[in-house]
Design a protein around this ligand. Structure first.
Ligand SMILES: [Zn+2]
Length: 432
């Protein structure tokens, strides 16, 4: 979107992805590459931006679309690429929270030059990212010089003449995992970036769309910020189709934070499913209290589905020993009783609690009984067991006492099968 015609109302509102959304820092591990979405500012958009057609009214009934200003970071080792710079909101603070001070940024890639994407480049005429080179496509550079010559000139003075991004998928840019592609329409040189690492692919599509509620369902609807509406809707449809076919993560600048998710084809259009983070889930403890998993931020977490009448039930002993030794600031265990395997956890929460306290002296958090497979699977277990959600691996639960390893940033790290004990080499090594 364009800054001067931006948001009539700009207010904070509750997003579904509660915990990490509040923090404004989202992290996805893709092979050796760390990908971040950083929220510069929250907001919402008046649907008048999309023309008040019947379709718009139907798709977003309350007249507004939740929105956001997201910037993206690709980091590998000491190399940091920042994609866009936001509107001048909280980006810098949040980059620091993610461990990325401005001096660490090696390259700033611009998707396009609207004010809400270049607004964080300069402060008092000097470069906010003093060690970064500035990258832009040739046609967008030309457009910038024509549409906002003084800003283009100041930026070139602060960062040096911009390096030109070839908008083709062949040429790696700064990192071997990163290439660019042409999504002209929104602006003449609008550029997307493809990050390919391990078997994860992320397409940063910037302002390819402005409302996830409206434009996935009907990619033919443009925002008034799209300069060339026909080109914008064609390239929108093309990339949504490709994302659905290739299982790409989409990362969009104005989709509600983190703006990252998967695209599916549905009748006449597409559907977007935003990613969730481990910390976005709420579970119920064994006494019936709701607990946000964000409370465990900063700890390594062993998630295990337990049962009282299983041949593996004695693993409670090793789990408790592990917790007694390492539990605290840096490590915890979260146990989820489930009756999915051999009906070996038939009891009530109260009975389960009594069982594990009396027999194993359990002091680690035990949660309320849930299902860990099939139709009634708890949403957390969908995330733990499905690659399309956790971004790493499909790992269906095989039996009671399967262990999932979550790192201190909430990333899915590994899975250990039921029969391997809680104090096996792999887990001990991981904790230490
Ligand atoms: Zn924008």
């Amino acid at each position: 979107m364009k800054m001067n015609v931006l948001l009539t109302v700009c207010l904070f509102f509750g997003l579904a992805a509660a915990a990490s959304a509040e923090d404004g820092v989202f992290h996805l591990k893709a092979g050796d590459v760390d990908f971040y979405s950083i929220q510069d500012k929250n907001g919402e958009m008046d649907n008048a931006v999309f023309g008040n057609s019947e379709a718009v009214a139907r798709l977003a009934a309350d007249g507004k679309s939740p929105s956001s200003f997201n910037v993206f970071v690709v980091k590998k080792g000491e190399t940091v690429i920042l994609i866009d710079t936001g509107v001048g909101g909280q980006m810098l603070e949040r980059l620091k929270e993610a461990g990325i001070p401005p001096e660490k940024v090696n390259a700033v890639f611009l998707t396009h030059t609207h004010g809400d994407h270049v607004g964080g480049l300069l402060r008092g005429g000097t470069a906010v990212f003093p060690n970064a080179s500035l990258w832009i496509s040739a046609s967008e550079w030309k457009f910038w010089k024509e549409s906002n010559p003084s800003q283009a000139e100041k930026s070139a003075k602060a960062y040096g003449e911009p390096k030109i991004i070839p908008q083709e998928e062949k040429t790696p840019l700064v990192l071997p995992e990163v290439t660019a592609f042409n999504i002209a329409g929104h602006t003449p040189g609008h550029t997307g970036f493809l990050i390919t690492s391990g078997d994860v692919k992320i397409a940063v599509v910037a302002d390819l769309l402005h409302s996830s509620a409206i434009q996935f369902a009907d990619p033919g609807i443009n925002a008034r910020y799209d300069r060339d509406g026909k080109a914008a809707s064609e390239v929108r449809r093309k990339w949504m189709k490709r994302a659905a076919e290739e299982g790409l993560f989409f990362a969009a600048s104005h989709v509600p934070f983190p703006g990252v998710g998967k695209v599916e084809t549905v009748e006449n259009g597409f559907r977007f499913t935003p990613v969730k983070h481990f910390y976005d889930f709420t579970v119920r403890d064994i006494d019936g209290n709701d607990i946000s998993l964000s409370r465990f931020r900063g700890k390594k977490i062993l998630v295990v589905n337990v049962a009282s009448q299983c041949g593996l039930t004695p693993q409670y002993k090793e789990l408790q020993e592990l917790y007694a030794r390492y539990g605290g600031e840096k490590f915890t265990i979260l146990a989820f009783p489930s009756n999915n395997f051999g009906r070996q956890e038939p009891g009530t929460d109260a009975e389960i609690k009594e069982f594990c306290t009396k027999n194993y002296g359990v002091t680690f958090p035990v949660m309320s009984k849930i299902s860990v497979k099939e139709d009634d699977m708890h949403p957390l277990y969908h995330w733990l067991t499905e690659k399309k959600l956790n971004g790493v691996k499909d790992a269906p639960v095989e039996w009671n006492f399967q262990k999932f390893l979550i790192d201190e940033k909430g990333n899915w790290m590994d899975v250990v099968p039921p029969k391997e004990k809680p104090d096996c080499e792999k887990i001990l090594h991981w904790i230490n």
